[in-house]
Design a protein around this ligand. Structure first.
Ligand SMILES: Cc1cc2nc3c(=O)[nH]c(=O)nc-3n(C[C@H](O)[C@H](O)[C@H](O)COP(=O)(O)OP(=O)(O)OC[C@H]3O[C@@H](n4cnc5c(N)ncnc54)[C@H](O)[C@@H]3O)c2cc1C
Length: 305
């Protein structure tokens, strides 16, 4: 018996990757259901300055609002729930809330999550613009400023090295004791960069000077212009708990081919959950590729490009 599908495609994730996928597919007149539990990394961005068309920058929340407004006339079904995928023979069942959806294709746009420093006020500090995560995004604005980098393993030195392009006034805050590799010891020496070992007791914003004050038990307070968090991140995996056969990289990213299709036929992945540069433009590019391919495949390969 033929399956009665609820939608052509389900999109899991309502960040830029998911919203732009929905826009493309609806403009191709495909039926779409978009699931989102509203934890896009974009929410944390006080000002995006590297996005095409926004010379004066735009806040992450404003960008999300604009994308929702752009999508609204195309009326996709939007479900504000956590979705879980169950693979059937050549289609998928999705469980969200109390409901089930049967779809032909899926786009995973579930993003990733940053590890946060062990303090409660990180969201507030982020909003104030004194805690940052992505020097590719905003390193330029930090040129010649006094910057701290919070790390807890050798891996965190990658951000330190990247930041040397913008400032030499760097201080590494190592929250856990570990032995840096010889390459990083050489880097520390070359930069004449201080390393402060020991857990954080507080991070606070100084209203008057606009500075961030870093407090560790074993050191006097340190005033900096801004601190980058380099404590790692992980791909959000709530959607795929019940899914088998999905290949991932060593770091946990979903592996995809040139059309963004994963090792599970019919399941695509875009944006931060794929091994690629974690940037809005990249997520949006992935979305265009995945959704156009899905449309072509569903149209029995009547390709237009
Ligand atoms: C502080 C900060 C500053 C940044 N600055 C910039 C910048 O200036 N420029 C730039 O290009 N990039 C910047 N980035 C990176 C940018 O935010 C990401 O590249 C972008 O958000 C990726 O989009 P995405 O759609 O892949 O994932 P996200 O935007 O993270 O969206 C993923 C969505 O999926 C949802 N989701 C996950 N699992 C499920 C599930 N099972 N069911 C339902 N929903 C689910 C989440 O709730 C979330 O809404 C910054 C990131 C941070 C943290």
């Amino acid at each position: 018996m033929a399956q009665k599908f609820t939608h052509d495609c389900a999109i899991i994730g309502g960040g830029p990757g998911g919203l732009v996928s929905a826009l493309y597919l609806r403009r191709f007149k495909r039926t779409v259901v978009l699931f989102d539990n509203k934890e896009s990394r974009v929410r944390w961005i006080p000002k995006i300055r590297n996005l095409i068309g926004y010379a004066d920058g735009i806040s992450g929340q404003q960008l999300l609002n604009k994308l929702h407004r752009q999508l609204k006339p195309f009326k996709p079904d939007v479900v504000k729930e956590t979705a879980q995928i169950f693979r059937k023979k050549n289609y998928f069942e999705i469980h969200a809330g109390q409901k089930k959806y049967l779809v032909k294709k899926i786009i995973l746009a579930t993003g990733m999550k940053d590890e946060q420093p062990p303090i409660e006020n990180f969201a507030d500090l982020c909003e104030k613009g004194v805690l940052a995560y992505c020097p590719i995004c905003d390193g330029y604005e930090q040129s010649e400023r006094k910057i701290a980098v919070l790390i807890d393993c050798d891996h965190g030195f990658r951000k330190v090295k990247f930041l040397t392009n913008f400032t030499k006034n760097l201080c590494v805050i190592a929250l856990k004791k570990f032995k840096p590799s010889s390459v990083h010891v050489a880097l520390i020496k070359k930069l004449n960069c201080k390393v402060r070992w020991g857990s954080l007791s507080r991070l606070s914003y100084q209203e008057k000077s606009g500075a961030l004050v870093i407090r560790q038990k074993s050191h006097p307070p340190l005033k900096v212009d801004l601190a980058y968090v380099a404590l790692g991140s992980h791909v959000v995996g709530s959607a795929i708990k019940h899914l088998h056969g999905l290949s991932r990289t060593r770091e946990g990213y979903f592996k995809v081919n040139s059309q963004q299709e994963t090792s599970v036929p019919g399941l695509y992945a875009v944006g931060d959950c794929v091994y690629a540069l974690s940037q809005i433009s990249v997520a949006v590019g992935h979305a265009a590729i995945a959704s156009t391919n899905i449309h072509n495949v569903l149209s029995k390969n009547r390709r237009v490009h």
